[in-house]
Design a binder for this molecule. Structure first.
Ligand code: ZN
Length: 446
């Protein structure tokens, strides 16, 4: 009896403390259920975008890949990393902050993973590079390479709160890696290592779709052998590795397309070579770090609610995180982000966050379009480039704002008066549970 009471109190406490956003859909929209963030380590867009030509540091034109699959969806022509180095660039991707580093990734509410988790997603990852400690800790489960060796790879799995069956599945895939690499050498072995990463990630996505269809997820993937190939094999193998990635990624693209999953294809940084046929490439230091070939990264987005085609204009790597959240209709609550949402979505979403319960109504041309109540509200599916008036009526204050929906909007309403009673109730309940716990422990000890 006591146990039931304790569980009930715990449940109430956490459900009240957790953010409970109320979602309202205004029109018939097709929002993705889940997302895959696919990061190709060291892939410069100069080496495969049809519009671009790669040059070596000595200004000679160098080889470019011909691809069929890597240009799907909405494609950003000019997007650059502020720092062409693996750890910092991954930190920028997941925080939306141009000055991010591995430490900041570990901070509360700093990353896309914090926002997805607050909205009921699980965070899954398969990463060969970019998987530093604070990145791993933001995942519910991650399979990652402990070293950068393709000859003697060391794969680990770190689980925090893994969905049922995923640990076992990842373990099976960890054991499959030797088969992929067997009897292969040089570029063929590098490609096989990438293919294993892609196939593992695809297996995780398929498992979730089949066995846990109502659970939304964000799956982060990093494949590392294009970067390794650029460094160790040289210019002549680098572009071929890209063509092989283009071939091997097809099943994952199909999984995303057929199952209402948004796919974000990008890179941490690019790669540069001193001359044609150079046997080693670089990106992070000296003469390599300032080359466009090291700075320009791909960004291709495929989602049922996004436009297709190319996007001109200059964008930054820090724009990826806010854009990913926008496509998933999640609020931009990244604590350190200086990036901006890129308007790839074909509708706008209005997010309302308040310190108290408000009755919020949306008005268009004098007509009430929608009304709902709560502290956190999400109105998804408003037509772009329209005017709306939003009215929020609270117990002691009324707010009214006019909006032009050129993109998603986040509105914060603050009554300016103390804590909301639910916060206080939650704190009292937590204290109650802790005290209750002590009593039970003492009883057991006695
Ligand atoms: Zn890298």
């Amino acid at each position: 009896m006591k146990k039931i009471l304790l569980i009930t109190i715990l449940f109430l406490t956490f459900s009240m403390a957790a953010s409970g956003a109320t979602e309202v859909t205004l029109n018939d929209i097709q929002r993705p259920d889940s997302a895959i963030l696919f990061i190709v380590d060291g892939l410069g867009s100069s080496y495969y975008y049809p519009e671009l030509t790669p040059y070596a540091i000595d200004d000679s034109e160098i080889s470019k890949a011909v691809t069929q699959n890597l240009t799907f969806g909405a494609r950003l022509l000019d997007i650059r990393t502020p720092i062409p180095s693996t750890g910092p660039a991954h930190s920028v991707i997941v925080t939306g902050f141009s000055g991010a580093n591995e430490e900041i990734v570990g901070y509360t509410d700093a990353t896309i993973y914090d926002v997805t988790r607050q909205h009921g997603f699980v965070n899954l990852a398969v990463m060969q590079k970019g998987d530093f400690q604070s990145m791993r800790e933001k995942q519910d489960i991650i399979m990652y390479a402990q070293n950068n060796s393709i000859d003697e790879p060391l794969i680990s799995i770190q689980a925090n709160k893994a969905p049922a069956g995923i640990y076992e599945l990842m373990y099976d895939w960890k054991m499959k890696l030797p088969e992929y690499l067997e009897n292969k050498k040089n570029r063929e072995k590098y490609s096989a290592y990438n293919k294993w990463g892609i196939d593992s990630a695809n297996a995780v996505a398929e498992y979730m779709i089949k066995n846990n269809p109502s659970q939304r997820f964000l799956l982060t993937v990093n494949v590392g052998a294009i970067d390794s190939g650029g460094h160790n094999l040289g210019e002549d193998d680098y572009y071929r590795l890209i063509e092989e990635l283009d071939r091997d990624i097809y099943p994952l693209i199909t999984t995303a397309r057929e199952n209402n999953i948004a796919l974000f294809f990008t890179a941490d940084h690019g790669m540069s070579f001193a001359a044609k046929n150079a046997k080693r490439g670089g990106h992070a230091s000296g003469k390599y770090a300032t080359k466009l070939e090291s700075l320009r990264i791909p960004l291709v987005i495929m989602s049922p609610n996004t436009e297709t085609g190319t996007f001109n204009g200059e964008y930054r790597q820090g724009d990826i995180a806010p854009t990913l959240l926008s496509v998933l209709d999640l609020p931009q609550s990244l604590q350190y982000a200086d990036g901006k949402n890129i308007n790839v979505k074909n509708y706008a979403t209005i997010f309302v966050k308040a310190d108290k319960e408000y009755r919020v109504s949306l008005w268009n041309a004098g007509q009430k379009v929608s009304e709902s109540e709560g502290m956190e509200l999400i109105f998804a599916g408003a037509p772009l480039y329209t005017n709306y008036t939003i009215k929020a009526v609270g117990s002691d204050k009324t707010h009214e704002e006019r909006l032009f929906l050129d993109s998603d909007k986040l509105l914060m309403f603050n009554s300016g008066k103390g804590q909301d009673y639910r916060g206080i109730v939650a704190i009292i309940l937590i204290l109650f549970v802790i005290t209750g716990g002590f009593f039970i422990i003492r009883k057991i000890k006695d």
